[in-house]
Design a protein around this ligand. Structure first.
Ligand SMILES: [Zn+2]
Ligand SMILES: [Zn+2]
Ligand SMILES: [Zn+2]
Length: 156
């Protein structure tokens, strides 16, 4: 994300925290910034590393986890369960309600796209799951594959 977009997103996040009565402390803001500036999802360890590089400041792993949990709970970031990585929500600057997220994950270059699936498709999927007698432990869909660019690259 471009610097200007990062700044705008941060102000949006600050405002939305204010509205919901929580605090985006300077540390939380910095972690959010690290994730906004990343090109691909980061593990908690990557966040700690990047934080040190960006701010010449140590972020203990425990605080990193606590901050990431805060950002998750407030809908600013998502956690990919299958890879244990974090990324900012595509709808971080929107105010509309958010469905459980679905992701397309490229196993080659680690690019992730957040998908929007229609309510109907989702309901049908849920019906199928119910009929099969399953209860989902994780509602988040994560589909692994190859992105457009990597498909091109492998064809050469
Ligand atoms: Zn999202
Ligand atoms: Zn949106
Ligand atoms: Zn790829």
């Amino acid at each position: 994300m471009m610097k200007q977009d990062v700044d705008q997103t941060i102000s949006h996040a600050l405002k939305s925290c204010q509205d919901s009565g929580v605090r985006l402390t300077p540390k939380r803001e910095k972690v959010l910034r690290v994730l906004l500036e990343a090109d691909s999802p980061l593990s908690a360890y990557d966040v700690v590393e990047q934080f040190r590089k960006d701010y010449a400041e140590n972020l203990p792993a425990m605080s990193a986890y606590r901050i990431l949990t805060f950002l998750l709970d407030n809908g600013f970031v998502h956690k990919l369960e299958t890879t244990n990585q974090f990324l900012t929500c595509n709808h971080i600057r929107c105010d509309h309600p958010h469905q459980p997220p679905k992701f397309l994950i490229c196993d080659q270059c680690n690019t992730v796209k957040e998908l929007t699936i229609s309510e109907d498709t989702l309901n049908e999927l849920n019906r199928g799951i119910e009929e099969a007698g399953f209860t989902l432990v994780r509602k988040q869909l994560e589909l692994h594959g190859l992105c457009e660019q990597c498909q091109k690259d492998t064809k050469v």
